[in-house]
Design a protein around this ligand. Structure first.
Ligand SMILES: [Zn+2]
Length: 90
């Protein structure tokens, strides 16, 4: 799979991840910094699924793992989860 010279370091990612990377121009949606090949990328639901977000690419974004942690603390999904509903439905 080839995504152009700029993204060549991302070989081996699944198709959805690669498409998201392309859409985000190789940048984290949270901190806006470019991903590097040493970063851990995680798919995030913009609207958490526990809050009704859909499992579709329009609702997905790529974040650094550490950014994902920050976002999760702020988007309400942690609070929703700890309230007991849909435990484990990430
Ligand atoms: Zn980031």
């Amino acid at each position: 799979m080839y995504w152009g010279a700029r993204l060549r370091e991302y070989h081996g990612l699944d198709r959805r991840t690669s498409a998201l990377l392309k859409r985000q121009a190789g940048r984290c949606a949270w901190c806006k910094l470019c991903f590097t090949d040493t970063d851990v990328l995680e798919k995030d639901h913009r609207v958490p699924r526990i809050c009704g977000g859909k499992e579709e690419s329009a609702n997905l974004q790529l974040l650094h793992r550490h950014c994902h942690d920050q976002k999760t603390k702020q988007d309400g999904s942690m609070a929703a989860r700890s309230s007991g509903a849909q435990r484990g439905a990430v």
